[in-house]
Structure formats: structure tokens, C-alpha cells
Design a protein around this ligand. Structure first.
Ligand SMILES: [Zn+2]
Length: 93
């Protein structure tokens, strides 16, 4: 698998570290009544089959945080954006 880093170009997957689901959203409140939401946020993850947004660190390259959209079965990569651009897009939605 090869990943097209927005800063470095297409690089082998061995240069990257995968860091989990990029669709999880931090609860807005610290109120103790939201502890169930915090438990879900910290500990519970889906194991999807198919298209998946995932945080990836270019640990052996530019050290940028990226969000890679890929198929978990075929490993086909559909897109790569910086984590910053992903967060901006999420705020607008
Ligand atoms: Zn890079």
C-alpha cells in the first residue's frame, strides 16, 4: 500500500503509523452527566468493513498528521487530507 502525503508525495506505507478512527468526536461537555459519552469516546471503537477514515502519522517523513480514507478490506486509498483540513471540514458540517 502506498499513501500520497500532501507534503511529501507518494510514499510506502512503512513510513506511516496508524492511529485509529478519525470519525470519533470528543464530547462537548465535561459535565459528569456525560460520562457515558466520555467512556464511548475514550474506549469504544467500531471495526468497520469497507470505507474508513483513519488518523495516520507520517512518522518517517514530514511528521504530519493526516486522515486517510481507505477500504479496510482491499486497502484501496480514496483520499488523504491533513488532519487540520479534516478538522476544519468537520466544524463546517
Ligand atoms: Zn509527509
Amino acid at each position: 500500500m502506498r499513501i500520497n502525503c500532501p507534503h511529501c508525495g507518494t510514499r510506502p506505507v512503512e513510513e506511516f503509523t496508524f492511529n485509529g478512527d478519525a470519525s470519533v468526536q470528543r464530547p462537548a461537555s465535561n459535565d459528569p452527566k456525560t460520562m457515558d459519552q466520555w467512556f464511548d469516546y475514550v474506549y469504544l471503537r467500531d471495526n468497520p468493513k469497507g470505507r474508513f477514515d483513519e488518523y495516520v502519522h507520517h512518522s518517517s517523513g514530514c511528521r504530519a498528521w493526516l486522515v486517510v480514507t481507505r477500504d479496510t478490506q482491499t486497502h484501496e486509498v480514496f483520499g488523504v487530507v491533513t488532519a487540520r483540513d479534516h478538522a476544519k471540514k468537520r466544524v463546517k458540517a
